[in-house]
Structure formats: structure tokens, C-alpha cells
Design a protein around this ligand. Sequence first.
Ligand code: PLP
Length: 397
Amino acid sequence: MDSSLPEEWKAREEAFMMRTYGRKPVMFVRGKGMRLWDAAGREYLDFVSGLGSCVTGHCHPRVVEAISVQASELLQVSNLYYTAPQLELAEAIIARTFSGKVFLCNSGTEACEGAIKLARKHMRETSRPERCEIVTALRSFHGRTLGALTATGQPEKAEPFAPLVPGFVHVPFNDLEALEEALGERTCAVMLEPIQGEGGVYPADRAYLRGVRELCDREGILLILDEVQTGMGRTGSLFAFQQYGVEPDIMTVAKGLASGLPIGAVLAREEVAASFKPGDHGSTFGGGPVPCAAALATLKVLEEEGLVENAASTGAYLQDGLQEMASRKKVVAEVRGRGLMLAVQLEGEMAEEAAASALERGLVINNIGKDVLRFLPPLLAGPAEVDALLEALEDIL
Ligand code: PLP
């Protein structure tokens, strides 16, 4: 294949692949740290990082080493048997979050499906089977399989696949009154992202999330936090709930967990986790030795190289720069987010064009819809890379 011809990639995709993605005209062949190289050898600064998954940067040597060592020892045995990386990872995750148990799967969507199943099963186990309804927020994103898609508060994404899964209710985000009104005899759990990612990077207010926790306690229902995008250091603490001071009953993690290899995790408080019995849930590949080894290396790199603290400080630096731009440029209406999960709301529908223009200048940034630009760089981004981004945005916008 001639790897320098976008027309040829497009033709081959059209011939052999289902058309589920709108792709940009670039083929990446190599990555290192913050940098990517395309098939023609051109260098880019990456502010998307595999949609937030390459938290330690591209091909971090310690992650690559862990993967290659594990890959040469054992690739897969299924969950009928024990493997050491899986046990070590479960212990490492619990040591860094809250007392409870972990279920390992392969993606964020699967983690959210698992969380929904666990919440419903827990209500049955505690003799409240009528409590099967999950309340989620409008504009939320929890995944693309039927349960997670129905949970997702973007009806336009789900409608073409009706009939959907019964037992989901959507309420406006950051509106405690609306949430309280939606709770009833049938409510099982409230499921929220601490910062809505795919919906446009909207952080939960601190008082809101605390209020939600109190409501859940009062009603005897579960709080599920979806930290698929906010987790693994992205917002300046290992998990966002730690900044909010609100502990969930169930939490989902994926994306950055293994620096870009497919893995997901459902965490739950001891008593809730106990509701999953042998045979209730499972996965052939979930928690395989290689992604688990990559996840263990990722945690070490994040901690030993200070990347979580860096996400907080570089994130603040980028946020300040964007705010300063917003104060001068009418086109930048709002800056949202925390740590290295940031977005600008544009005045007018120019986000796609702006992202394309950035790509031409060697900067990979993401647009959400027509009027939001999102920045999810690896957590090792520093002031120099941020300055390059701000300079380019200054020109583009
Ligand atoms: N939950 C949240 C908050 C997400 O941001 C995403 C993906 O963007 C998902 C779930 C689904 O994760 P995945 O794409 O790994 O299935």
C-alpha cells in the first residue's frame, strides 16, 4: 500500500470498512511522548492522545518494556485461571481509590454496562428488585452498547437503535432539584461523569455532586461515577472524585488506565461488589495479562514521574492562557474543564474548521460538534507545548 496517499486510504476504507468514523486525512505511523509522526514523516504535537487514553504519552519506554516482557511470557489464559498481573492490578487500583473490589473488562463502555448490571443486581440482592431505574444526565456519554447507549443522555445517538433498554431516566446536569424530582420508588442509582467529556467538557459543580451524594444516601440508592475520561490523573488528581470529596458506590475507569491498551474497570464498595456472584458477569479478554501489565506500569509512571501533579500545573497554565485569549477574542466564549481536560466554547460554528487548520499546522486537537474545541494531551505536556498550542490558536481563531 502506498502510505502517502490519502485518496487510497479513503478508497480502501470505503471498500472494506463500515463507515462509523469521520476521519481526518492523516495516517499516523509513530508516536513518542507528546509527538506523533505521519506516513510522510511530518511531526505533530498531540493534544488528543488517543481520546485521552495515552496518559503517559506515546510509547513510554517503561510501559513498552512492561508490555514486551509480559507479551513474551503469557498473552492470554481467560478468566478461568489466575494471573499475577490481574491480581496485582486489582490490588493497586483499590489501594488508590476506596475500599472495595474490582471487575476488569476491556473498555469504558463495558465498564459502564458492568456498573449498570451490578447496581440492578445489588437492589435484587437487598430485596428491592423494583428498584431498577438508573437516572443519568442529559449531555452525558457512557458508551455505545445498548445499555450504555440508553444511559447516555444524548437521545439522538440512541434513537436509531430503538427499542432501547427500559429503565433509564435523563435529567439536566448540575440541577439538583431536577434530580431530586426524578427519584422515585423505582430508582436504583444515579450515574454521572464528574466532568462531562464527550458532551462538551462540563464540570459538575462541587455543591451539586455533594448534594447528589446526600440524596443517594437519603434514598438508599447508589451513586455511580463514570471516571472513564476524568480518571488516571487527567484532572489533576488520580481520580476526579478525590477533588470533589465525594466517594461513589460504584466507579468506572478505562481510557488512560493502560496508557492506550484496551482495558476497563468497575470498582464498587465491598457490600455492593458482593452482589456479583460467580456467573453473573464475565469477559473472555477482560483483565488479560498484557493490558494489566501495561496498567501497572502506567500507575508507576504517573506516580514516580509526577504526571498527576503535572496535569494540574500544566492544565492551570493552559487554562490561564485560554482565559486570557477569551478576554481578548470574542470568538472564544468560554473556557471549561480541569487539569488537562479542557475545552473552549466558540462563538459560531467553526470548531471543525479550526481543528483542521490546527492539523495542517502540526497540532492535533479535537472538535466536539461544531462549536467546541477540546484538549486532552498526554499528562507529560509542559509549558513549551502549551505555548505552541496557544500561539497556533491565536492565529487560527
Ligand atoms: N464513559 C465516558 C465518560 C467516556 O468518555 C467514554 C468514551 O469516551 C465511555 C464511557 C466509553 O468508553 P469506550 O470508548 O472505551 O468504550
